[in-house]
Design a protein around this ligand. Structure first.
Ligand code: PMP
Length: 435
């Protein structure tokens, strides 16, 4: 057993659920065999606790590091902050510079609040929007974090959030009197949203602008018009989509502006910083309620974000990662076509994913991860692009993946036993309690 798996076994006795983020649970990749922990990360390479070097062709820190791990320019700015002092009784000026920069990027917005996680930014936005609208009820579409306000949707009558990224989220511990405060609607289903808004006193609509598929039939514009006509605060959650197709929100591609938007993940290239931007008329409501936290004032987050935005703007990182993602999607499709294995690709290029169209899909997915790990890759069926995913990495990745698909093709044709593929258990596909 690897040093990482040994440590993970201990972790599960000390940390309920093993890790702080569901998406970093080893069981989601390769139960009992995933390296689990890193000792070093640079560019798109990660070293495990046994010093094994791996090329990360998977989720790149769950999409945080579009400029690669340990980007030199961002790290230099952060190190300067460490030397000069990260914390003090006074505030750091970088938060004001960053607020100005974010308003430049989002000209419809006038004010900004900062936090350190996407879930926090979402909770802040909901609090402000409820305060501004004077109404409690919220319509949502997408994943917006772990907080009570969001998970309470699963009190309404089952697994209402299952169509919104993560199935099986249990609202245990979330007060039941929050039932019927959050109403999920499906992407591109305007009639459903209209019915929710007509039948409930909705004050806020919060949505991801795009996840796996784009808007159809003027969907975003219709949502905008509905929100405007009913005096509803419209919030775009760009925690994941932001800075992957434009210098800012992906909303810019569709010409529809929200009243508030959240950014996270990419904005600090791995350092913690999330932002809520919004119109003055909405954001000023933050003064009528209490939103305040110690570590929202530390200096590394805004320092890293300013440096990251500089690099992104200079090299147009969103163009680079979009073409990197397209390369990946084309490569997957080519390998699948040549080996005659049916797959379905989805996602914007910079956040690409595929699934096997087979009853054995989860076994094949696990097998890909298992075999690619043996060949020196962190790989799954998800790929989050970064600027360090250069052609040389792709060449060896596709050569390796070709061999893996060849075996899967044999299984699909009945010339190879599916049961003999895996060295350990099949990967988990959803949130569940760990043993
Ligand atoms: N909103 C969206 C759209 C997200 O994708 C995520 C994270 N996957 C979050 C919010 C929550 O962010 P965090 O995990 O930093 O709390």
């Amino acid at each position: 057993m690897s040093t990482g798996q040994d440590l993970y076994k201990k972790a599960k006795t000390l940390i309920p659920g093993g890790t702080m983020l569901l998406s970093k649970r080893p069981e989601l990749y390769l139960p009992d065999l995933w390296p689990a922990y890193f000792s070093k990360a640079k560019g798109c390479k990660v070293w495990d606790l046994d010093g094994k070097e791996l090329i990360d062709m998977s989720i790149m820190g769950i999409g945080t590091n579009t400029l690669g791990y340990g980007n030199d320019e961002v790290d230099a700015a952060v190190l300067e902050t460490v030397i000069r002092g990260n914390m003090s009784t006074l505030n750091c000026p970088e938060e004001v510079y960053l607020a100005e920069k974010l308003i430049d990027i989002n000209p419809w917005a006038d004010m900004v609040r900062f936090a350190r996680s996407g879930g926090e930014a979402n909770s802040i936005a909901i609090r402000i929007a409820r305060a501004a609208s004077g109404r409690d009820k919220v319509a949502i579409c997408g994943y917006h974090g772990w907080h009570d306000w969001y998970l309470s949707a699963n009190h309404n009558g089952g697994d209402d959030l299952s169509g919104h990224l993560l199935p099986g989220l249990s609202p245990s511990g979330v007060p039941k009197n929050l039932k019927d405060t959050v109403y999920p609607f499906h992407y591109n289903n305007y009639e459903e949203l209209l019915s929710i808004v007509t039948n409930n006193d909705i004050g806020v609509i919060k949505m991801e602008v795009i996840r796996n598929f784009g808007p159809e039939d003027n969907f975003l514009k219709k949502v905008r018009d509905l929100a405007t006509s009913k005096n509803i605060v419209l919030i775009f959650d760009e925690c994941t989509s932001g800075f992957r197709e434009t210098f800012g929100g992906i909303y810019k591609k569709y010409g529809v502006e929200p009243d508030m938007a959240m950014f996270g993940k990419t904005i600090g290239n791995g350092y913690a910083l999330t932002a809520v931007v919004g119109k003055r008329s909405v954001m000023e409501a933050a003064q009528n309620t209490f939103i305040s936290s110690t570590f929202w004032t530390e200096r590394i987050g805004p320092t890293a974000a300013l440096a990251t935005l500089n690099v992104m703007e200079r090299i147009k990182s969103w163009d680079i990662i979009t073409s990197v993602g397209k390369k990946m999607q084309l490569g997957w499709q080519k390998i699948a076509d040549e080996s005659k294995v049916a797959i379905e690709i989805s996602g914007i290029p910079a956040l690409s994913t595929y699934s096997f169209k087979s009853d054995n899909a989860m076994i094949y997915k696990t097998y890909v991860t298992q075999e690619m790990l043996k060949k020196g890759f962190l790989a799954s069926t998800d790929f989050y692009a970064c600027t360090e995913h250069t052609d040389d990495k792709f060449e060896i990745y596709f050569n390796a993946l070709n061999e893996v698909f060849a075996t899967i093709a044999k299984c699909e044709r009945g010339n190879h036993s599916v049961d003999s593929l895996l060295d350990g258990p099949v990967c988990h596909s959803r949130f569940k309690r760990l043993n």
